[in-house]
Design a binder for this molecule. Sequence first.
Ligand SMILES: Cc1cc2nc3c(=O)[nH]c(=O)nc-3n(C[C@H](O)[C@H](O)[C@H](O)COP(=O)(O)O)c2cc1C
Length: 173
Amino acid sequence: MKRIFAISGSLRSGSSNHAILHFLGKMMPADTRYFIYENLARIPPFDPGNDHELPPDTVADLRSFIKGADGIIICTPEYAFGVPGQLKNALDWTVSSGSFSGKPTALITASTGGQNAHEALIKILGAIDANLIKDATLLIPYIRSKMESGEVKDPGTKESLLSLLDAFLTAIK
Ligand SMILES: Cc1cc2nc3c(=O)[nH]c(=O)nc-3n(C[C@H](O)[C@H](O)[C@H](O)COP(=O)(O)O)c2cc1C
């Protein structure tokens, strides 16, 4: 049984990034346990003074979810040409703990444009030693136009997501 932990960089109710993670959840094979993180909003601001083996509870939980997963999927929009603050904040808490070290990771940036956040996240994931899977990175521009009634509707986008999922699952086998 493979455990997959998914994080959306958007806290918005009705988020397209959440919808993408739900779409992937429906496509997961039966031998996977797929968990979408819902506590991102509760991660406190990163404080190096509290960055030790007994961090705030939500941070300790986040670190153990990441450590216990066979693979991670990050799916995020871009805000103001950068990585959404709360996602970056959460990732900052994982630098010293090494939670991502060697962890097979897929990255989806679904936004209006998204290139800056996508490139920044590739660097950040490199800095925290994540094993970013070569064929499991995807930039989806104009995401809102690819959604309908809160679901991913664009056939090309669905196809790209399925091929990302395939590469990701192969990597964590
Ligand atoms: C404050 C704010 C800033 C944004 N800045 C950008 C940006 O720099 N680049 C971009 O591609 N989209 C930007 N967007 C648009 C988001 O990509 C779009 O709202 C997207 O649907 C958000 O993802 P979600 O549907 O998962 O919440 C911004 C949206 C907000 C609310």
